[in-house]
Design a protein around this ligand. Sequence first.
Ligand SMILES: NC(=O)c1ccc[n+]([C@@H]2O[C@H](COP(=O)([O-])OP(=O)(O)OC[C@H]3O[C@@H](n4cnc5c(N)ncnc54)[C@H](O)[C@@H]3O)[C@@H](O)[C@H]2O)c1
Length: 298
Amino acid sequence: MRAGADGFLGRRPGRRDRRRPQGVAGGDSPLRDHIYFGHAFKGQHGARALLSRFVEGGGTLLDLEYLVDADGRRVAAFGYWAGYVGAALAVLEHRGLLEPDMQRRSKADLDALLRQGADGPVVRALVVGALGRSGRGACDALVAAGIEPTRWDLAETRDLDKAALLGHDILVNCVMVSSPAPPFVTEEDLDAPSRRLSVISDVTCDVTSDLNLLPIYDDITTWQEPVREIRPADDASGRPAVRMIAIDNLPSLLPAEAAATYSADLLATLLTLPDGEVWQRARARFALALEQEGLSAG
Ligand SMILES: NC(=O)c1ccc[n+]([C@@H]2O[C@H](COP(=O)([O-])OP(=O)(O)OC[C@H]3O[C@@H](n4cnc5c(N)ncnc54)[C@H](O)[C@@H]3O)[C@@H](O)[C@H]2O)c1
């Protein structure tokens, strides 16, 4: 069973579906099986309408975000390159090299930029969530920029050393949070007399979620305006300004690398279509989403 260029899987559409397929997003036609990022399993805006179209078309949304192995780990994700780019932007901002409207590029070009200024003063950078996909990418980007990062994961944040955290110049937040935890940085922390921290890159971007561990800003940033100053410099005390980067589509800066990694990770699972274990879990997750929306597969 193969996905066609239109994203249909297996059973071909009936006469009714043979109209030129409308975009999955934004259209209203009944839908057969599709594999893509639907963003419709957490009660998001428009989720019910989209799921209803699958019910009407007799199809299943096999959501890429929910393709997981037996331990619940995603079989393919963009995290590594999100972390790589998130940390790279933080370094560039710290060195005064980050420009608005950065154009997509290759890793080689980004690394060449990261090497500029690598022989300058020593920069202290902390990656939290360092053992995860994006954390590993963030650490690799920092190393490419000539910075040996401090690497923290669950063990190091259990009893959070705020002074140590604030003693870094750059913080890259790469954690995946599933239950509430004490924040890493608060407004009060930014007033700490000894604060050195001046650039924060929030790869996690949980800014509007209850699980946000950086309750010091209120909206993501964009490629057009990648950085927002959330605290001005205090000349009297010598504390630097704090600038925030929180872009929610970081891998798009390195599209070739991000796509190559993602497709390489996904291939083995694609070859187990239609009924491999990953797909069975995806179908069960779709059924659960229907149930949560009060819809019936019919
Ligand atoms: N901004 C973007 O473009 C973008 C792109 C992809 C993913 N993301 C986000 O990045 C985040 C991380 O994704 P990932 O694929 O790296 O996840 P992951 O599961 O591979 O890694 C998360 C890491 O965080 C650690 N962690 C969890 N809670 C922690 C805590 N309290 N203290 C310290 N470490 C903790 C885990 O142990 C794990 O090592 C997710 O929220 C994801 O949605 C953002």
